[in-house]
Design a protein. Structure first.
Length: 177
């Protein structure tokens, strides 16, 4: 069982700019139209866990639902999902440990954890097993930070660095327990 973060950040550690936008990610040169390993990553996971804000960002893209795996959305306020997401997206709430235990018991053992607040909440409760962080060489100077405050340090082991498209770096870290 593993909870895995796969995300891109600016050089200064932001996942969205000061206006909470991620359009700066589209400015990354990608002459080969690579997915930077995302499809391979998605083949490793059983389901996604994201927050309501991330769901809203994905829906704002105006595209067909991009995920073929079940998506569990953490929300204490959202009561209903758009009809087109029925059978694809499920609302969950409660304590993260209970949610994860419940998903694991349903056979979802490798979870993709996505969204700033969601990732921070998982880290606060020491529920992240692997971090895959792609760093874009751009300073945003503010915005939504990937990391928040922690009660205690969490140690990770760096296991891989991969330079991609001649300008971005994907680093993989495993939690040391």
């Amino acid at each position: 069982m593993s909870n895995i973060v796969y995300i891109a950040t600016s050089l200064d550690g932001y996942i969205a700019d000061k206006n909470h936008q991620i359009d700066w990610l589209h400015d990354v040169p990608n002459p080969e139209q690579s997915d930077f390993g995302f499809a391979d990553f998605m083949s490793r996971i059983d389901a996604l866990v994201m927050g309501r804000n991330t769901l809203e960002v994905v829906l704002s893209f105006g595209i067909d639902w991009p995920y073929t795996k079940p998506v569990f959305v953490l929300s204490n306020t959202l009561k209903k999902l758009p009809k087109e997401l029925e059978g694809k997206v499920f609302l969950v709430n409660g304590k993260l440990h209970h949610i994860i235990d419940n998903l694991n018991q349903q056979g979802y053992e490798h979870l993709y954890i996505d969204g700033g607040k969601t990732i921070q909440s998982f880290l606060e409760q020491d529920l992240i097993d692997e971090l895959i962080i792609t760093t874009i060489p751009l300073l945003l100077g503010g915005g939504i930070s990937l990391f928040g405050d922690l009660d205690k340090p969490l140690a990770f082991q760096h296991i891989q660095a991969e330079r991609m498209a001649d300008h971005i770096v994907k680093n993989t870290y495993l939690r040391i327990r």
